[in-house]
Each structure stands twice: as C-alpha cells, then as structure tokens.
Design a protein around this ligand. Sequence first.
Ligand code: ADE
Length: 226
Amino acid sequence: MRLDIITVHPPLLESPFSHSILKRAIDKGLVEVNVINLRDYAHNKHRSVDDYAYGGGAGMVMMIEPIAVCIDELKSQRSYDEIIYMSPDGELFDQSLANQLSLKKNLILLCGHYKGVDERVREHFITREISIGNYVLSGGELAAAVVADAVIRLLPGVLGDETSALSDSFQDNFIAPPVYTRPADFKGWKIPDILLSGHEANIAQWRYDQSLARTKVRRPELLKKH
Ligand code: ADE
C-alpha cells in the first residue's frame, strides 16, 4: 500500500510514523507513507496556500490551485483508489471503513486547515470525506494519522501475531474481553480462575461471554449491527 498525505504542517506527521508498529511496517516495505508539503506546490510569491473567503467572514480558505497541482502530479504517476479529504463533516470513520481501506493500493489523504478547502476541490478531486469523530480538530493531520494507523495495522504481515488484529475490539462489532498479566494476585486482587485452568475451549467461551456482556452494557448500539 502507498499512502500520500498532503499537509501544510509536515512535522505534525513525523512522529506517528517514526515509532512502533507503523515504523516497522514502513521499514519492512509493507506500506510506503509519503508526507507531502502542500507549500511546495504553491507557485505564488509568498508560497501561500490559503486566502480570504469570497463573500467575507472570518477564517481563511485553502486555495484550489496548489492542491490541484499537487494532486494532478500524483495522479500522473499512478492511479489512486481513493482521494480522501479529512473533514469533520465527512463519513464517520470506523473499523469497517478501516477494513475497506486496508484492501486498497494507493490512497491520498488531504488534510484540511483553517476554514477548510475551496469547495471545488471537494467537487472535482475528492472521492471520499472522512471524519474521525464529532468534534473539530485544528487540522486534518491528527485525523489522517488515526486513519493511517488503523489501516496500516491491518495490512498482512504488519502485526507479528496475524490473528491479533482479528481479536481487537470492534473487529467483529464486539468490545474486547478483559486481559490480565502477572502477577495473578496483586495485593489480594486476583485474576479470574478460569484463565489459570489451561482449558483452551473454556477460556475461549469465557472471553466470548465477557465480550458480549461488555458490549451489551457499554456499547449496545454495536450489537444492532449484527
Ligand atoms: N479535521 C478537523 N476535524 C476533523 C475530524 N473530526 N475528523 C477529520 N478531520 C478533521
């Protein structure tokens, strides 16, 4: 998979891809992540990427021209499955969308800033808009990092234990069961006996029951999707 992330603040996207699982995925060649500085495509005097809104009002708007030049250049090099605009008014990101995106080959993520992008960018370049939640961030960078993380960890070979992504919370619309590690008794707080029984089938059943019970209490709306 290749992810091209277009941003006016490249440093915001350095850390998420420089550590842990995402770094390993990149080092192993399982994903290529390119952070592209939109200012490099601003061919005006001040390399500006934003301007005042037509019709007035507070807040700047990201101009179409640098974005068009950037996306056209990328598209001339390869074809893209989706050109995604990170926006609070996009479709809500969830595990199912992460699964869908993990099957794609080339993706562009465009990070918005200020009051957003000139509407013509959305009309003519963007194939999908994604929001990571019903709140407004200062820009799309952190949202793009969230989407990239959720997608990249699903790529084959990224997680050491191939099954561990499958048992994540939400992968089957269930919340994950509780987990414990040593010590088995911490100041009298004991772990459930079943986990020490060594009986794999009973443990699997217990985990399933716990997942279901937790989902019913904490996130009943997930069960309706079943
Ligand atoms: N940009 C600003 N807020 C956002 C959000 N909630 N999701 C995606 N992109 C955003």
